[in-house]
Every structure is written in C-alpha cells, then in structure tokens.
Write a protein that binds this ligand. Structure first.
Ligand code: SF4
Length: 231
C-alpha cells in the first residue's frame, strides 16, 4: 500500500527539487540521485522510501542504532527491517558495530535526562551515517528520524547538516512527518513490528512510567501489609 495524500509528493514528473546541501540550498537534478539513508527502524522507513521512490531517488539503507536495547528488542527491530528490505527490494548496509549497548552508554558518559541524551544519540548515529556515506562514495545522506513526530526534528536537521559539511556530502532534508499516518497504516497492513518505545532503556522506562509507579505502589503496600501482619 503506497498512499501518498500530499499532491506535491504525487507529482513524480518533477525532476528538480531544492535540496538542502550541507546547509545551503542548491538546485540539483534528482533523476539519478542515490541516497545513503540512515534507518532507525523498519516502520519509520516506509513513508520516506515511498516518497523517495516517487521522486526517482534510489536509496541504500544504513542500520546504525546502538541506542536500541535490550538485545531481544534489537533483534526484533533488525528482523522488522529485514522484512521491509525484502518487501521493498532495498539494499541495506548493517553497521559493523552491531548491538552497541556498551558503546552507547559510554558515549553518554552518565547522561540520562532525555533533554541531554537525545542530542548525543542523534550525534552518534548521524556522525557515523555521514562518515559511511562519504566512505562508500554517496553524495547525499539522510535519516528516517525525520519521519518521527516524537523526535526533535529541527535538531536532527541541524546535526545532519553539520555532519554533512564535516564529511563533504549533502544532507537530504525533507519533513517526512507529513506522512506519519500513511507510514503507520502501511506498517499495519504489511504486519511490520511496531515498537512501543523509542529505543534506549531510558525511553522504555519513560514509556512505562505510570505502570512502574503503579507496580511500585502495589509492592510497597504489600510490604506494609506484610509488616503489619508480622507485628
Ligand atoms: S529516547 Fe530515543 S533518541 Fe533519545 S536517547 Fe533514547 S533512543 Fe536515543
């Protein structure tokens, strides 16, 4: 299912598009454009892939997410992307560092608050994506993080453009959030696993904060009752 509601996206005949190239607006021919696309997860890749395809842009996916924990969850997300890659005939480069819990935590250096840790997490993934894009000879890179309504969109764009400059590649910017519902609908229709939390163990605990609090209260109550009956 590829439902694009935005009329601009439907205009496949447009061969020219304004691309933010390393922070500068340049008019480029997108007919032969190849993009190295950082993919945070399978479901988030669906809408961006659909848009790029309609524009005649070829994508190679790059799975580089040391932020996904624990390992069983990482495995599920890898499997979900393998399924998307199979269905969409998408080549994927799997980051050689694989499951990166220790590396990710060490890069955070004790930072746990969302406000500070997310920028570090974007940095880590976009730095490596831009570097790999450059090493592999791609002229442009982008990220499916630009699809998420829950991420800090402006900051992702800023970091992407900064890394693009650093590695001498272009950053393809597009606000993929406009296809949020389309992407979800397609993931559901295809039966692709949709994760309940962003990725790191901190985001998991934030996602279940109310349940954690309820459980904690229930256990405390038990303990108090236990003490009372022993008294
Ligand atoms: S919430 Fe998501 S973006 Fe933020 S640090 Fe965790 S995994 Fe990274």
């Amino acid at each position: 299912m590829e439902s694009i509601k935005n009329p601009f996206m439907q205009d496949c005949s447009r061969r020219l598009l304004l691309v933010q190239l390393a922070g500068r607006g340049l008019l480029v021919n997108i007919g032969d454009m190849e993009i190295f696309l950082h993919i945070c997860c399978g479901p988030c890749a669906l809408y961006p892939l659909c848009v790029l395809k309609k524009k005649g842009i070829n994508a190679t996916g790059f799975f580089c997410n040391p932020n996904i924990h624990p390992f069983r969850e990482y495995e599920r997300r890898v499997a979900a992307l393998e399924e998307v890659a199979r269905l969409k005939d998408l080549p994927i480069v799997w980051d050689e560092s694989g499951y990166g819990l220790k590396e990710w935590l060490s890069n955070l250096d004790g930072v746990t608050a969302q406000k500070e840790r997310c920028p570090l997490c974007y940095e880590m993934r976009l730095e490596r994506s831009a570097r790999e894009a450059s090493r592999k000879g791609f002229k442009y890179f982008s990220t499916t993080l630009l699809y998420s309504k829950y991420q800090r969109h402006g900051l992702i764009r800023e970091i992407g453009e900064e890394k693009a400059k650093k590695y001498g590649v272009g950053f393809y910017y597009e606000d993929f959030r406009k296809g949020w519902i389309d992407g979800i609908e397609e993931a559901v229709a295809l039966g692709i696993y949709r994760q309940p939390y962003c990725g790191c163990i901190f985001s998991e605990s934030e996602r279940y904060a109310k349940r954690i609090e309820r459980l904690s209260k229930r256990l405390m109550k038990k303990e108090v009752l236990g003490h009372e009956s022993n008294a």
